[in-house]
Write a protein of this length. Structure first.
Length: 320
């Protein structure tokens, strides 16, 4: 199949978004945002750096690369609408494998009613997929990580560490209870779009998605907002099934593992009940894990065994 025939097989026959004016088929796509603020992000994935055949098939790979981008849009409080895909195809990849990557993207795109509106297709030495997403948000309702304020409480959706646990199970071919659950959390993350969108009534909220680990994302909010965030080790929500692993492994995954694509946020005490209501409505767990303090000795402090220790961005927890 040449490039044009391939594009023909991956392009959508119909589009879902009414604001789209021109999708695939011209020099560029056109849409009209009608008073919304437009939010956009791009992520690039290189085979054997960001994903590997050993742990994921093509459909899962496609699903995941788009999911990761959708999560960034969710973390801005926006709704994902469109995506563009730039792909470098190596000679050993079959047409079917390329189509399967798009199949995975289409699967998650349909969940969020997104349209594939363009991209670029070229040959190269190794597989690389770069996805650009575009979302809309009501005017001035974007959620920034610089909006945390002193006395806010800090919350996280779902459970953290599952995706890293799943990857660990795959890489080591472990046979443990609930391995399907953990593997699915790695291969098929569910961006928290509906939850973030439904928080719109709350006037101020800081949000960040957990792509690089809870510790790292806490740092990003604390540094952007010029505050210190204090969290309590006992409150961090992890899956019960993770208890078969060592405490070191659990700590490592929950703080530094990342790729769960849950949302981390801070909100004023008086808006907390609304956050809980919205989470309940979507059948999503939401947990208070700490609070925002004036800037002190470190961006993030971890309360563990009645001590406050600085939590590093990456690495291990240093026992005192
Ligand atoms: P041009 O030469 O004008 O850049 P191309 O021949 O590269 O156009 O692409 C033709 C059409 O197909 C364009 O609308 C482009 O956005 C779309 N397209 C190309 N590659 C992809 C892809 N990987 N995914 C989605 N759309 C694509
Ligand atoms: Mg082109």
């Amino acid at each position: 199949m040449n490039e044009f025939e391939l594009i023909d097989t991956i392009k959508q026959q119909t589009y879902r978004q009414t604001s789209l004016i021109k999708g695939v088929g011209d020099d560029a796509a056109v849409f009209r945002s009608d008073g919304y603020d437009v939010v956009t992000a791009v992520d690039t994935f290189v085979e054997n750096v960001h994903f590997s055949k050993k742990t994921m098939d093509e459909v899962d790979t496609g699903y995941r690369v788009l999911a990761v981008n959708i999560s960034d849009i969710a973390a801005m409080g926006a709704s994902p609408k469109f995506y563009l895909v730039s792909i470098v195809i190596p000679p050993q990849l079959s047409d079917k494998q390329v189509q399967d990557i798009f199949k995975g993207m289409k699967e998650i795109a349909s969940v969020y009613k997104m349209d594939l509106i363009g991209g670029d297709t070229v040959s190269g030495d190794s597989l690389m997929i770069s996805v650009t997403v575009i979302g809309y948000v009501h005017r001035d309702k974007v959620r920034y990580r610089h909006d945390a304020m002193e006395n806010d409480l800090v919350f996280v959706t779902g459970t953290v560490g599952d995706a890293s646990c799943g990857l660990h199970i795959l890489l080591n071919a472990l046979d443990v209870d609930n391995s399907d659950y953990f593997i699915a959390r790695h291969r098929r993350p569910r961006p928290r779009v509906a939850f973030a969108n439904d928080l719109q009534k709350i006037s101020r909220l800081a949000l960040n998605d957990i792509s690089d680990g809870l510790a790292n994302e806490l740092h990003e909010i604390a540094e952007a907002s010029n505050v210190t965030i204090q969290i309590d080790d006992n409150l961090i929500p992890i899956s019960h099934a993770m208890h078969v692993f060592t405490k070191e492994e659990q700590d490592n995954w929950k703080y530094f593992g990342g790729e769960d694509f849950e949302l981390l946020g801070t909100v004023s005490e008086q808006n907390w009940a609304q956050v809980v209501d919205v989470a309940n409505k979507h059948g999503l767990q939401v947990t208070k894990i700490g609070s925002v303090k004036p800037k002190s000795i470190a961006p993030v402090l971890l309360q563990q065994n009645n001590k406050n220790i600085p939590l590093e961005k990456k690495g291990f927890i240093h026992k005192k």
